[in-house]
Design a protein around this ligand. Structure first.
Ligand code: PAF
Length: 285
């Protein structure tokens, strides 16, 4: 596995691969890899000849009061995991390589990026869209793979690719869960003691919404209420939002009569977690 740290070298490698007719897949990550990332890496492996994983904790998607400094990092372990997955290139640029002094151009979206995660984390999606656009321009992927756990991020990246005509196909991998239902996240490392158990309120709430949906409930207000009851029962859990949106437009719905997503963000102790589940006739239980 090659480790590349500069954009110029990454672009040169990508150009050479493309001249040889090889398809490139990219899995962007912020490191501290877990099974969720590994499942995306395996999905990407099937879609291309060359596999690049980027490892970059992107400062522009964290607000000043957020956890950029304490975000979990273990670069040696990440590299070993990528090596074991037969990753061809680990792209691991330092911060001043991605954001040279004076960097001032950003990619942003004006609608959905202001709602839900964007309303609670102003500037977050501007940081995500900008860094992913820069990664695309460095790696020249034919396909890039993202997880469905970050459903709003996935929707916005698909929109960015359409609106800015990036020649990249976006593929989505399913959320990977612990056996008890907790969605895998690098931030789960913050959950200690009783908080780990309380964090199950997110997946329990979503499963309850799906159960009621499958029994015929279509009123989004009532489905959200059922989720809120479960979150409120966890003593250290505080809801940021619970919403049901149209899966295609990401607009909140009052009646679930088309494929929808139930989404929630909850602070468990000091740890902010997000999760979502599809509500549609054919969705797996
Ligand atoms: O989902 C993430 O880990 C990050 O938001 C991403 C897409 C790697 C951009 O920094």
């Amino acid at each position: 596995m090659l480790t590349i740290k500069t954009i110029a070298e990454m672009q040169a490698w990508a150009g050479a691969s493309q001249r040889q007719g090889r398809r490139i897949a990219l899995v962007p990550t912020m490191g501290y890899l877990h099974e969720g990332h590994l499942s995306l890496i395996r999905l990407a492996r099937e879609r291309a000849d060359q596999l690049v994983v980027s490892l970059f904790v992107n400062p522009t998607q964290f607000a000043p009061n957020e956890d950029f400094d304490r975000y979990p990092r273990d670069e040696a372990r990440d590299a070993a995991l990528c090596e074991a997955e037969n990753v061809d290139v680990l792209f691991q640029p330092p911060v001043d390589e991605m954001y040279a002094p004076g960097h001032a151009v950003y990619v942003d979206e004006d609608g959905v990026a202001r709602t839900l995660e964007g309303a609670h984390r102003p500037g977050h999606f501007r940081g995500v869209l900008t860094v992913v656009a820069k990664l695309f321009l460095a790696v020249h992927p034919d396909v890039a793979v993202f997880g469905r756990k970050d459903a709003q991020q996935l929707w916005l990246l698909q929109k960015m690719v359409r609106d800015l005509n990036f020649p990249v196909a976006i593929a989505a991998g399913p959320t990977v869960r612990e056996p008890d239902g907790l969605a895998l996240s690098s931030r789960n490392a913050y959950l200690e003691g009783a908080l780990r158990e309380q964090a199950l309120c997110l997946s329990r709430a979503l499963r309850e919404a799906r159960r009621r949906f499958q029994e015929g409930e279509r009123n989004a207000y009532l489905l959200r209420g059922a989720m809120l009851d479960i979150i409120s029962a966890a003593p250290d859990a505080r809801m940021d939002y619970i919403e049901i949106v149209d899966a295609e437009t990401f607009a909140p719905v009052a009646v679930v009569n088309r494929p929808a997503l139930a989404l929630l963000a909850v602070r468990v102790g000091g740890t902010r977690l997000i999760d979502n589940m599809e509500l549609s006739e054919g969705a797996a239980s």
